[in-house]
Design a protein around this ligand. Structure first.
Ligand SMILES: [Zn+2]
Ligand SMILES: [Zn+2]
Ligand SMILES: [Zn+2]
Length: 401
């Protein structure tokens, strides 16, 4: 039997909605939860905090929805999770209060288990304050026996929380605590409502309202003005496969919504869209006036076939994604397989990955994620875009299952 998605008409092997429309419907349902419903769910989660470690439990799913779609995870829930020893959903400890942090530290200093130590380091990284840094630095300098069973150092676990530290213990911020989604121009805003003012806050606490409220302008062509564009065809061709090179992300940091990025001009990340999936990381160098040059010398691949062709490159450049008008919760991107986002946390298909800047040798900052199948129907995986603001270098990392 052949079916069609009841919402968008995509062909399906079953009756119902496609996964993309299901994800959209789920978001709409969670956005419709009233404050009373949310309080009831939080009470239930706190009373059943032991289930927060079981990814098959409905409590686990509810917590993810609250954090990712509504940006909610209050201290009382963090305390209950700590009490229950639930450490597998690290982001529930994001910016947790000092008493929760100290509880995590106590457990981490006592544990003999490499697995528990790894989970606790991720939780502490999400908590992320200066004391958390001190502890992870201490564990890096004086490794415990469990360190031998882990692949990487505590400073790499810190990256899970969007930051890390150098050998002297200086903090390096690796992500942004504000996030925006890209939406298809014809589909309109992702969260088309002012009924939920708290989702406009960037983090878990409703603090940042300054970046909200930009009004889109109309260009003469009738399209909404967008300071972000995915996929623009370039004139140069890839020396490895002959495919047209592309500016994968162009972003005008001077737009009010994007001021949090601190880019005083235009950011561009350029690569070969065909080869980027075959190389570890692609790099390019940008200038704030809109210039961009791929760094071929950093590309470690031998010649490959051009699978994209002209049709692929045209499909890529013809998408209608624009920047949404209001910020979204910072873990929305981390919990979505169908959303392209700027800032916040990424949905890493494999482990989190921060490229090293080829100029200064420091880890680069996470800027955006592009789900390949949102712009190229037959391409799998996600493209993560990072940058070094000091050296003006962009990195593009491809991951897939
Ligand atoms: Zn659909
Ligand atoms: Zn190529
Ligand atoms: Zn650099």
């Amino acid at each position: 039997m052949k079916y069609q998605c009841k919402n968008c008409g995509t062909s399906l092997g079953y009756d119902g909605l496609c996964w993309r429309c299901r994800a959209m419907k789920e978001r709409q349902e969670v956005l419709a939860w009233t404050d009373e419903e949310i309080q009831e769910k939080l009470r239930h989660l706190a009373a059943n905090a032991d289930k927060l470690d079981d990814y098959r439990a409905s409590e686990y799913a509810t917590l993810c929805q609250l954090m990712e779609i509504r940006g909610i995870c209050p201290p009382q829930l963090q305390r209950a999770a700590l009490e229950a020893g639930a450490f597998s959903l690290a982001h529930l400890y994001y910016h947790a209060p000092a008493d929760v942090r100290d509880g995590l530290i106590l457990r981490l200093m006592e544990t003999q288990s490499p697995h528990e130590a790894a989970c606790l380091m991720e939780c502490l990284a999400m908590q992320g304050d200066d004391r958390a840094l001190e502890i992870l630095l201490e564990l890096e300098r004086h490794p415990r026996p469990w360190r031998q069973q882990l692949y990487v150092d505590p400073s790499v676990y810190a990256q899970c929380g969007g930051w890390t530290f150098d050998g002297e213990g200086n903090r390096l911020q690796l992500n942004f605590d504000t996030s925006y989604a890209l939406v298809k121009e014809e589909a309109g805003a992702l969260f088309p409502t002012s009924r939920f003012p708290h989702i406009l806050s960037a983090g878990m606490s409703a603090s940042d309202s300054s970046s909200a409220g930009a009004t889109p302008e109309k260009s003469p062509a009738g399209h909404s003005y967008s300071p972000v564009k995915i996929g623009r065809i370039r004139q140069d061709r890839c020396p490895h496969c002959g495919c047209s090179m592309a500016d994968m992300l162009i972003l005008d940091g001077r737009d009010k919504r994007l001021e949090f990025l601190g880019i005083d001009g235009i950011f561009t990340a350029s690569c070969c869209p065909n080869c980027v999936g075959f190389s570890e990381t692609s790099f390019s160098r940008y200038t704030l006036d809109g210039g961009s040059e791929p760094l071929y010398s950093e590309l470690e691949i031998s010649d490959v076939e051009d699978y994209l062709g002209r049709n692929g490159i045209e499909e890529l450049s013809s998408n209608s994604y624009v920047l949404d008008n209001h910020p979204v919760p910072i873990f929305l991107g981390a919990g979505s397989e169908d959303l392209n986002t700027i800032g916040g946390f990424a949905n890493w298909i494999q482990d989190w990955q921060y490229a090293v800047c080829p100029d200064c040798g420091r880890p680069m900052r996470y800027l955006a994620q592009i789900q390949w199948d949102t712009v190229l129907e037959n391409m799998e995986g996600t493209l993560y875009i990072e940058f070094c603001p000091d050296c003006r270098v962009a990195a593009m990392i491809h991951q897939q299952t």
